[in-house]
Design a protein around this ligand. Structure first.
Ligand code: SME
Length: 158
């Protein structure tokens, strides 16, 4: 396994296209979920420099904080609450250009301005979510959605 990530400049799509094979390399042959989530969040944070990149894992009726990179965060989120709980309840990716305009947004950090939450689906069930926060408004779009959905599918829950 390469120990250094190759960080590139370029369009968002070019950055994801450079990163995805490297993430595959990091996860290849490693069955441990927490180890893979940890490296995946580190790789995304290192390439894109976002404020916060992390997973929450579904445990009973709550999301519980899992590997992340960034400032300390809320540990438990109920289904349907905030952007994360809404993504879980709706089983779909949510893009929020301005977090203050999202009803019920949970402000773990006052620095967060925009957010994307991508559900991790296994056997037709949401088993975790990937949450990314930016300190700038309107930082996420369908390009992020497309590539991040591809990336979270690399995390094995079997
Ligand atoms: N803002 C999220 C909570 C998680 S933190 O951003 C890390 C939400 O509204 O669900």
């Amino acid at each position: 396994m390469a120990e250094d990530l190759a960080i590139i400049t370029g369009s968002k799509a070019e950055q994801y296209q450079s990163l995805i094979p490297q993430i595959k390399g990091l996860l290849d042959g490693e069955p441990d979920l927490i180890a893979n989530m940890a490296n995946l969040t580190a790789a995304l944070k290192e390439q894109f420099g976002w404020l916060w990149v992390g997973f929450y894992i579904v445990k009973k009726d709550e999301l519980v904080l899992a590997p992340f990179q960034g400032p300390v965060a809320c540990t438990r989120i109920k289904k349907g609450r905030g952007v994360c709980g809404s993504s879980w309840a709706q089983s779909k990716t949510l893009i929020v250009p301005d977090v203050e305009k999202f009803p019920g947004h949970i402000a773990c950090s006052s620095l967060s301005k925009s957010e994307i939450v991508v559900p991790v689906i296994h056997n037709n069930q949401v088993v975790a979510i990937l949450d990314i926060d930016s300190s700038e408004y309107d930082q996420f779009d369908t390009t992020d959605q497309q590539y991040l959905e591809e990336i979270v599918a690399l995390v094995s829950f079997s």
